[in-house]
Write a protein that binds this ligand. Structure first.
Ligand code: NAD
Length: 475
């Protein structure tokens, strides 16, 4: 059963009633799953007031109490994994096994924040006068506005929500209109875990109207967003006009460097799985594959084999390893990038077309020898498309990898410690994976540099965006 979609404001789940609604559809079948209520301006004001009222209390809740509620929420998410995962597969399209993994990983994130929030320490700074005591205290920033995307509808939102709540902030989350069910289930888990009304509020609607309303409100002190670079820049600019802190997790165009001394078969197999995960709609998806000349042909052959072995289908089918793209716009955007790449001289080795007529399926695609001027070499594909390009020297590989404004994740395959170190130091990115892939664990900071964003989620850095520093000097 697909759940009833609601807003969640001041501890109340609110159905559509007289509000405008948006249809939510299954991207695999285009079946209408439900109607999502759009928050009115009054709803947004109610959420702002509730979050402001709740902050006055929640900021003083002890870290142990905040931790207990987060821990209980994690338990509830785990016990509801099947229902939440079914909702995610229906409104996002990803295979059910991946949706389950997302829910369980999200529960781990909440637990990490439950543990870490008890360790938000300040410091005592030695003073130059023995009578003076100098303290550095970290306090919650206040009411936060968060905007989360549809690609990991629970996984992306949970990081912001548990960090804000753990830090002692309150927040209003605008969830993804395309894939809202997991957000409503998350709100229910926090509610059932005993989170006081107003600490966490959920709205949906027209993204630009909601972000403007919330960011311009004097109540909001911090803005976090996960999504595309252009939208991130717009929201950061708006936040800047009102001197609000931001945490931005934006797009990526992940370079992969495969050197002659790498375990080529293992790299090709891993990259084929990673490229097709979530139909390539992942900000850390490997998308520009630079392969050294000595292993280029072998790598390309193995990678194409791996890509062609992926079963594409409805995520509810146990055999499916890759589902559809989220919406028609994404399908169109991916198709245009592929057409441009082949027109520019890239060799289409597999895929390159829509699959079937019913859903938004696109075949996993590999294009070799893509020239630097093709759009796909500088624009994030955010779909199941990989470009493969040959290189000779490490210097050239680094230059190619760093040639885009993005700087999120990167992947390196080499058996040479010297090469690994040189490349690790030279890559302009927030995350480097050497000979494997291991990101998005709660204990590790996740974030980018350059156009890929500001700040990190996860790791001990996770609360940095939600805390302010107060200096106290006392005699
Ligand atoms: P899009 O730019 O239309 O939307 C991206 C996200 O931003 C969506 O969740 C959308 O609801 C939200 N959004 C759009 N305008 C907004 C506004 N004014 N205020 C607040 N939120 C707003 O693109 P799309 O086709 O839906 O998604 C594809 C692009 O989004 C990709 O190119 C990718 O870079 C990016 N994206 C990135 C991530 C990530 O994990 N970093 C996740 C999802 C999407």
């Amino acid at each position: 059963m697909y759940p009833t979609l609601t807003l969640y404001i001041d501890g109340q789940f609110m159905e559509a009633g007289a509000r405008q609604t948006l249809a939510v559809t299954d991207p695999a079948t285009l079946e209408r799953l439900g109607d999502l209520p759009c928050a009115t301006a009054q709803d947004l004001d109610a959420a702002l007031s509730a979050a402001e009222r709740a902050f006055a209390q929640w900021r003083h809740a002890s870290p142990m109490d905040r931790s207990a509620i987060l821990r209980k929420t994690a338990e509830l998410l785990r016990s509801r994994v099947e229902a939440i995962a079914h909702g995610i597969t229906r409104d996002n399209g990803k295979p059910l096994a991946d949706a389950r993994a997302e829910v369980l990983n999200s529960a781990e994130h909440v637990e990490w924040h439950a543990e870490e929030c008890r360790r938000i320490y300040g410091r005592v700074v030695p003073s130059r006068d023995p009578r003076v005591r100098q303290l550095v205290i970290r306090e919650p920033v206040g009411v936060c506005a968060a905007f989360s995307p549809w690609n990991f509808p629970l996984g992306q939102a949970i990081k912001k929500v548990s960090a804000a709540i753990g830090a002692g902030c309150t927040l209003i989350l605008k969830g993804p209109e395309e894939s809202p069910s997991a957000i409503v289930e998350m709100a229910r888990a926090f509610h059932d875990a005993g989170l006081p009304p107003g600490v966490f509020n959920v709205v949906f609607g027209h993204p630009a109207e909601i972000s403007k309303h919330l960011i311009e409100s004097p109540v909001v002190r911090q803005v976090s967003f996960t999504g595309s670079v252009p939208v991130g820049k717009q929201l950061a600019a708006l936040a800047g006009q009102h001197m609000k802190r931001v945490c931005m997790e934006l797009g990526g165009h992940s370079p992969v460097l495969v050197f002659d001394d790498a375990d080529v078969d293992a790299a090709a197999a891993l990259l084929a799985r990673m490229k097709t995960r979530n139909a390539g709609q992942v900000c850390v998806s490997p998308s520009r594959l630079f392969v050294q000349a000595g292993v280029y042909d072998r790598f390309v052959a193995r990678f194409v084999d791996g890509i062609e072995s992926i079963q594409v289908g409805n995520g509810m089918e146990p055999s499916s390893q890759m589902g559809p793209l989220i919406h028609d716009r994404r399908l169109q955007a991916v198709r245009e990038l592929v057409d441009d790449a082949t027109r520019s001289g890239g060799r289409l080795l597999t895929g390159g077309a829509r699959l079937g007529e019913a859903g938004h399926f696109f075949s996993p695609t590999v294009i070799a020898d893509v020239p630097a001027h093709a759009r796909i070499m500088s624009e994030e594909p955010f779909g199941p498309v990989a470009s493969v390009v040959k290189f000779d020297s490490t210097e050239l590989a680094l230059r190619l990898a760093n040639s885009v404004p993005y700087g999120l994740a990167s992947y390196v395959f080499t058996e040479s410690h010297k090469t690994a170190t040189q490349v690790m130091n030279g890559l302009e990115v927030g995350m480097v994976n050497i000979n494997h892939s291991g990101m998005a664990h709660p204990e590790l900071p996740f974030g980018g540099v350059k156009d890929s964003g500001i700040g990190s989620e996860g790791g001990t850095e996770t609360f940095d965006g939600f805390l302010v520093t107060k200096m106290v000097t006392q005699i």
